[in-house]
Design a protein around this ligand. Structure first.
Ligand code: COI
Length: 381
């Protein structure tokens, strides 16, 4: 039995119908790279997939100015950017980004997952950073034309994808603090394997005190570089202690879980019900988080979006009322958390079957080996 859930604004906007890829193709005309990667470079990259370290031959680009709006749509060779040292993004961080993937299905076709959701979220992030929105059709067309140009870079081995990174930033050369009058938007892509080397073997999390990712009224719900920059120092300290990721707590009472450095978190209770931190106006509304809530609810699992108290979670792991904890995100997919530690506690968890089941259910839809009753998949080519 499905539980009632009122769609969030991003879920509502993200499920609006989109034109097909064939209808959108050509909005971003291609200037081919005169020196694409050689066959041997290509084979070397595709033969040892990591995450986000090697890039394809092209990128999508679009400009915005106050006078012309969004214009100059193009696919151009991947290359370093020419940017004034006075570009506002370098000083005041006015920027936003997205994470989305292109998947190769068994029949060779290439698909992406809920691109309308990412378009809506980029517009939300842009709004928070005083940047203009773009049409969802432009966002999706930039992905279609870019991926079609670099289709050979979409890997086919299990667990791999072409990780796409759309991003926009203030390129206006001006040192006054104001909303820029010139912006650049790009999409680059990286053929990628798992985000965590350990993958489904599980990751360890250090729960940080004294540092917060975002605060009320801040930029926590936006996907902006500053949030990730704020996570780096505690992330570094966690790594020095031997942990893979940090988990942040709320900034008022420092006792409720918010999110990890770059992903959302879920808790599976012994009775099979699932909990995840509520959208409190501080955490990022992950597309993977949203999909997992939907899949679980439609599968009859009770999902509660609510405050999760750290001390109750640690007690629950120790006394067996909490069975599993996992992280999720576009990059991380669904990753079991097998150790949770912080000041005064250090508890271990198994790689649980609910975690693996939801991971399989989601990735089967993404890879085209299971039916997609939600219309989440969008065919690129
Ligand atoms: C993503 O999951 O796509 C992100 O942007 C998060 C980052 C940790 C890679």
């Amino acid at each position: 039995m499905s539980q009632h859930h009122t769609p969030t604004e991003l879920e509502r906007l993200g499920s609006m119908p989109l034109p097909s890829a064939d209808e959108l193709a050509g909005r971003f005309p291609l200037t081919p790279n005169p020196a694409p990667a050689s066959q041997s470079e290509y084979e070397q990259v595709m033969g040892e997939l990591s995450f986000g370290s090697r890039f394809t031959d092209h990128m999508a680009h679009m400009l915005w100015s106050a006078a012309q709006g969004w214009h100059q749509r193009e696919i151009i060779p991947f290359a370093p950017l020419a940017l004034s040292p006075a570009a506002a993004v370098l000083h005041y961080g006015q920027s936003a980004f997205e994470g989305i993937k292109a998947y190769r299905h068994e029949d060779g076709s290439v698909w992406t997952f809920r691109p309308g959701y990412n378009a809506a979220r980029l517009n939300h992030s842009a709004w928070r950073m005083a940047m203009p929105p773009m049409e969802a059709e432009d966002f999706v067309a930039s992905i279609v034309d870019y991926v079609r140009a670099d289709e050979r870079w979409v890997p086919s081995e299990p667990g791999s994808s072409l990780y796409l990174r759309p991003f926009m930033f203030a390129s206006e050369a001006f040192l006054g603090v104001h909303a820029a009058q010139e912006l650049d938007y790009y999409v680059i892509g990286s053929p990628s394997g798992p985000y965590f080397k350990g993958g489904v073997a599980g990751v360890s999390i250090w729960v940080v005190k004294g540092f917060h990712r975002a605060g009320p009224g801040g930029t926590g719900t936006a996907k902006v570089g500053g949030n990730y920059a704020a996570s780096l120092l505690p992330q570094q300290e966690a790594a020095e202690r031997g942990f893979n990721q940090v988990c942040f707590l709320d900034s008022y009472e420092e006792c409720y879980l918010e999110e990890l450095g770059g992903m959302n978190v879920f808790v599976v209770m012994a009775d099979g019900s699932v909990r995840t931190p509520e959208l409190s106006g501080v955490i990022l509304e992950g597309g993977t988080r949203s999909a997992i809530c939907r899949l679980l609810r439609d599968g009859g699992v009770e999902v509660r979006e609510e405050k999760i108290e750290l001390s109750a979670l640690v007690d629950g792991i120790s006394n067996g009322t909490v069975r599993e904890v996992f992280a999720c995100g576009t990059a991380a997919v669904v990753t079991p958390i097998t150790r949770l530690a912080g000041e005064g506690f250090d508890v271990e968890l198994p790689v649980g079957e609910s975690t693996l089941a939801i991971r399989t259910q989601l990735t089967d839809i993404q890879m085209g080996t299971a039916e997609d009753p939600y219309g989440w998949m969008y065919r690129i080519c």
